[in-house]
Design a binder for this molecule. Structure first.
Ligand code: G3P
Ligand code: CA
Length: 263
């Protein structure tokens, strides 16, 4: 394609700061999310888990073990207990070259704290994680979104669980949804899948390493947004953009920004 086409193509690629700028700071901390914004991330990606007392918190895993100094299942601890934990020191130990003293003792944020910090008009890309473990998670999410007056035009909700997305759709039809997909072998998108997903979602989020140009174009030609995850190398970002993806999840939003700007 021509240079003009390439520029057009690059214009609206969504830069999704995956767990914040999680290549540089402990994932799912306010610090990581702020860094994501600073590094030109368009969206703050938030994975949700739910505490024993029904509060939504930003955390990827169902257990506390990897990203805090606690152990056990999130669902077995109250928010007050989880708030005592250190959600930053693990990062300094695992990535000494990126370590910073200020990461020590960072707290696990609640979804409410994320909304308080970044406001009604930020772009949030929120994932309902393990919805089968947390009955009522979707209703709670919609309640918090409404309570904080979050601008729904800028909100995206994603899940690997189509049941969870259908529930979201039922509770609040105005929330835009993205179906996550996890392929373990080269991916193909059938007409049947496209039609079924289009009933409730505006886009798909496949893992980036099993898709090809044909896959991307099939999604785009059928009017689906396509945001592959998780892409941390500039060369891979460029390839996906050339194939026609409409957004990318990355731990390094600064690198994606450079690729989008053609640097
Ligand atoms: O949400 C896109 C991507 O984050 C899905 O994988 O495991 O990082 O939540 P995961
Ligand atoms: Ca996620």
């Amino acid at each position: 394609f021509s240079v003009v086409d390439a520029k057009e193509k690059h214009k609206d690629i969504l830069n999704v700061a995956h767990r914040g700028a999680s290549g540089y700071a402990p994932e799912h901390t306010i610090t990581s999310y702020k860094m994501g914004e600073k590094m030109h991330g368009d969206y703050i990606e938030v994975d949700l888990q739910m505490t024993k007392d029904g509060e939504l918190i930003a955390m990827h895993d169902e257990t506390l073990d990897r990203t805090t100094n606690g152990t056990g299942q999130v669902k077995d601890f109250t928010l007050e207990e989880i708030k005592q934990l250190d959600a930053g020191s693990w990062f300094n130990e695992k990535y000494p070259e990126q370590a910073k003293a200020e990461y020590e003792g960072l707290q696990v944020p609640t979804l409410e704290e994320v909304f308080e910090t970044f406001g009604k008009n930020a772009n949030y890309y929120i994932e309902t994680k393990s919805p089968e473990v947390y009955p009522g998670m979707e209703q709670k999410l919609v309640d918090v979104v409404n309570e904080y007056g979050i601008n729904k035009d800028k909100l995206l909700v994603q899940s690997f669980s189509s049941e969870s997305l259908l529930k979201m759709n039922e509770i609040d039809h105005s929330v835009k949804l993205v179906q996550l997909l996890d392929y373990t072998s080269p991916a193909e998108l059938t007409d049947k899948e496209v039609q079924s997903i289009k009933q409730y979602a505006m886009g798909i989020g496949p893992n980036s390493d099993m898709i090809d140009q044909e896959y991307v174009q099939k999604a785009v030609q059928n009017g689906l947004e396509i945001h592959p995850y998780t892409v941390n190398e500039k060369e891979e970002m460029q390839k996906l953009i050339d194939w026609g993806v409409t957004g990318i999840f990355t731990n390094f939003p600064d690198l994606l920004h450079e690729v989008i700007k053609g640097k």
